[in-house]
Design a protein. Structure first.
Length: 65
């Protein structure tokens, strides 16, 4: 059996770390625009996206209000 280091092992099993990226975006649904915090996380199993309400000042103000 060949010995490998942790970096090589992480590549084999698809990685071991979860990385997330968050952005604030204005989202319009049914003519109503609101500010949302959109978080996308990626790990060895794929990626997931969550959407949460956020203060409109984070999006630079909500247009059309």
């Amino acid at each position: 059996m060949k010995k490998i280091n942790s970096i090589e092992a992480a590549k084999i099993v698809g990685g071991c770390c979860k990385t997330c990226e968050s952005t604030y975006e204005n989202v319009t649904v049914g003519g109503v625009t609101s500010c949302k915090l959109i978080t996308t996380c990626t790990d060895k199993h794929g990626s997931t996206t969550t959407v949460q309400n956020a203060d409109s000042s984070k999006c630079g103000g909500v247009p059309n209000r």
